[in-house]
Design a protein around this ligand. Structure first.
Ligand code: ADP
Length: 476
């Protein structure tokens, strides 16, 4: 992290600056090129135009008006040379400083003699000149020529000035770009650096850490996700602590019983064989309860970690309900409860694990029987087009409305002592809710105190293509 090129703000800054340079530098170079070539071209055009003008004047009369040419040359600050039919110097403008006619090469002269115009640049007397020459041809014969040499000094001075301005403005732009890049990269990287530090704090267990959310873009979404993660982690940690506290509490009670009654028997503190048998029965039932709690806990944690193996197939939920009802029938009858089923005939398929679905229904039926003193348990299956609802209604003690939202939590009991008395693990509904969710369904409860409770399992229906296969993987 301390290596500067690895820092995000340096990387962002470098990228933005490179982009700026890629734009600014070529733009300045192109501007300089365009201005230079435009001005030089203009100068060429002017020089050639003057040469045309002069040759037109010469062609108009046989007498070359040298004075007029000289004046024009002075006026336009150029050098004019007039050649005779032999290619010798016939006249020249007066004001030229040391520029002789000799700058023309033999090839240049020959070009003119052949009737071709001359348009070139030359270095004369340490100055650059545009040299334009036009031959005067009469009936295809060379009758003389006009050479105009125009200095590029003014243009070059102008170009130098332009270059200077361009250079200064480019440097100015680069300085502005550096400032802008610095601010922008700081602004862009700040939330990322904040998030990096927040996640380090969260990882170190400071789960109240929050990242400020400044925007609605991807960075904002990320910041929000980190905050949500922190909340989730806190919730997870708190519930885990609570869970561990609950487990120890739940296990403590049966163990205390086991220890107590074992001691009574060990020290022979009972008065009759009858009493001894009663104590042994308590030890047996507490041991079974412990076993059930441990088994349920194990099941639940496997489900929560997504490690539960499910053998999914098209399951006839009517058949599974019938199996489950059959299993608890004896229990209900022993308690004097009426167990009624209203299921209909044709198979109703859901995509699920038959064993787990039966476990889900057994948990609900078990509770219904356990928390109902008299009356009946009514099971009905209500299919709709996409779903199937299983209602398990009892005429039991009911659950207070305020407690309804919590009954699916682990170890939540409406009446702690009474549930224990009934031998429940406090995990039955948590397991049932998890199993329903694993099957893509929902589980809810409606209840009226002293009137009864209805648990409603809603599962999505499946459409097996081959209706003959009614695989339940189950034996009665
Ligand atoms: P337990 O092993 O205690 O029954 P559950 O998770 O199965 O644990 O149920 C949680 C609590 O919900 C129970 O302790 C009980 O108070 C309440 N409960 C569940 N089913 C019923 C029902 N059919 N009627 C009344 N109360 C119920």
């Amino acid at each position: 992290m301390n290596r500067p090129w690895k820092r995000i703000d340096v990387k962002i800054g470098f990228t933005i600056m490179s982009l700026f340079l890629i734009i600014i530098v070529p733009m300045s170079l192109i501007t300089e090129r365009i201005l230079t070539s435009y001005n030089v071209q203009q100068e060429h055009r002017k020089t050639n135009e003057l040469a045309i003008h002069l040759i037109t004047m010469m062609s108009a009369g046989d007498n070359i008006n040298l004075d007029a040419i000289s004046t024009m040359a002075e006026f336009t600050q150029v050098h004019v040379f007039v050649l005779d039919p032999e290619g010798k110097l016939a006249a020249k403008s007066k004001h030229h400083h040391g520029i002789g006619f000799t700058f023309l090469t033999a090839a240049n002269l020959e070009q003119l003699r052949q009737g071709h115009p001359l348009d070139t640049e030359m270095r004369l007397n340490k100055e650059n000149y545009i040299v334009a020459g036009l031959p005067m041809m009469i009936q295809d014969r060379f009758r003389g020529a006009v050479i105009v040499a125009s200095s590029l000094q003014t243009v070059e001075e102008f170009i130098a000035e332009v270059r200077q301005v361009l250079l200064l403005s480019t440097l100015g732009l680069i300085v502005i770009a550096i400032g802008f890049t610095y601010l922008l990269s700081r602004k862009m990287s700040k939330p990322l650096l904040q998030m990096a530090s927040a996640t380090r704090h969260i990882a170190a267990g400071k789960l109240n850490t929050r990242v400020p959310v400044h925007s609605d873009d991807e960075i904002g979404v990320l910041a929000r996700s980190i905050n949500e993660l922190a909340v989730e982690l806190k919730h997870y940690r708190d519930s885990r602590n609570e869970f561990i506290a609950n487990i120890s509490h739940e296990l403590k009670t049966p163990i205390t019983y086991l220890e107590g009654y074992a001691q009574v028997i060990e020290e022979e503190l009972y008065e009759s064989e009858e009493e001894k048998k009663r104590y042994l029965a308590i030890i047996g039932s507490e041991a079974r309860r412990l076993d059930r709690i441990i088994h349920d806990l194990f099941d639940l944690s496997k489900m929560e970690e997504g490690q539960i193996s499910m053998k999914l197939e098209h399951v006839d939920i009517r058949l599974i309900t019938a199996y489950a009802v059959e299993k608890v029938l004896r229990l209900a009858t022993e308690k004097g409860l009426n167990l009624e089923v209203e299921a209909g005939d044709p198979p109703l398929f859901v995509w699920g694990d038959p064993v787990r679905l039966e476990q889900l229904l057994l948990n609900l039926l078990d509770n219904a029987i356990r928390y109902t003193k008299q009356g009946s348990i009514h099971v009905s299956i209500l299919p709709s087009e996409a779903q199937v609802q299983i209602h398990i209604r009892d005429t039991g003690q009911g659950i207070p409305e305020a407690e309804l939202p919590y009954i699916f939590e682990r170890f939540y009991r409406v009446e702690k002592s009474r549930s224990r008395e009934h031998g429940g693990s406090g995990l039955g509904l948590a397991i049932a809710a998890k199993l329903t969710a694993l099957h893509g369904g929902t589980l809810r409860a409606e209840s009226l105190i002293e009137q009864g409770t209805t648990f409603i399992v809603m599962l999505p229906r499946s459409q097996p293509s081959d209706l003959v296969t009614i695989a339940t993987g189950h034996s009665l």
